[in-house]
Design a protein around this ligand. Sequence first.
Ligand SMILES: Cc1cc2nc3c(=O)[nH]c(=O)nc-3n(C[C@H](O)[C@H](O)[C@H](O)COP(=O)(O)OP(=O)(O)OC[C@H]3O[C@@H](n4cnc5c(N)ncnc54)[C@H](O)[C@@H]3O)c2cc1C
Length: 337
Amino acid sequence: MEKILMIAATEHDGSLGKPALEALAAARTLQQGLPGSTLTVGLIGADVKKGADAIASCGAVKFMAVTGADFRDGVYANDAAAAAALVKVAEATLVVAPGTSRINRFLSGVAQRCGGRIDTHATEIQVESGSPAVTRWYYRQRMTGVLKRTARPWFITVDPGSIEPWSGAAGSATVEAVAAEASSKTKVVGVRSPTSGAQTIKPEAVLLFVAGAGWCKKQPDGKTHVSDAGRLILGFLDKTQASLGGSKSLVDQGGEGETLTFMTHLNQVGQTGATPRHPKGLSTCCHGEEPHVVGWRFVNERRAINLNPSCGWAQGKTDVLYVADAFQLVARVNELL
Ligand SMILES: Cc1cc2nc3c(=O)[nH]c(=O)nc-3n(C[C@H](O)[C@H](O)[C@H](O)COP(=O)(O)OP(=O)(O)OC[C@H]3O[C@@H](n4cnc5c(N)ncnc54)[C@H](O)[C@@H]3O)c2cc1C
């Protein structure tokens, strides 16, 4: 009989983010598909009441939490101690958690401490022939596989954006306090993040706008037009609130002189970059080579603008290819927007 534990860290205001609700939905799928299994929710944070109340009707037999100021910001040693204590008290055999940067940092260490096994980046969790089955991608999203394990406890992290989040009525959850030692000497003294206007990576955006190296190349008049490119791209982002991706060739130019200063390696999409999940994508001035396009695996509707009708996108990698000058086309689209 499986004892399922959903572990999540609350936001600073005590609420649960969308990735936590997605992991909860995955844990519910397991609990509903495995007869006799139980679901426990284990939360970590300064104060978790708001988050626990929001999921009060999720069908968990118990809500537990490690709370206090030491568990607010996501410090490895403290989070790991908290999660290990939750697993122990819940006597969990299956642990499901959101694959956020915070959880990804410590959960494999917790699996080691608990003598368990971990699989990360799950995109689907089901029950197959009475056993949990975890789907994940391999080789930079080129192959997909389904895993089953007999080892317990089995830790599974769910890639954000893969599963429909749990939704249901809020209520009043009774949360059992679990003790854990906060042994870390690290103190978080503040958080610095870009202002929202300067933030170009927006995982929740409907549209991914990808800029390629063509924006910084010599154009038909024999000159580069990098400042025009920057103005057009930022204008488009401002009007559409799209997320900004880049090809490797473009982001690598950061250290090579005249380039788009707002592009960093964090924007890179592809085999050695990110595999974002947006419903739509628009590629501009990017050739569409396989190591780049493999990062578009989870982008459902694809369009590209390229001067070259034989570019990689034309080889069945996009739904629509506009054979056009992206400078002219994006300028016109910005005008219309
Ligand atoms: C191991 C390995 C890993 C890699 N990982 C990645 C990765 O993660 N991500 C990635 O992106 N690449 C990756 N690459 C590199 C990849 O193979 C390509 O070299 C890279 O994607 C090319 O970038 P690009 O298309 O922007 O540039 P280019 O190939 O230079 O293409 C520029 C394009 O812009 C078009 N263009 C120019 N001007 C205009 C205009 N005015 N209007 C419209 N179109 C115009 C041109 O026609 C051209 O097609 C990897 C390569 C290797 C070997």
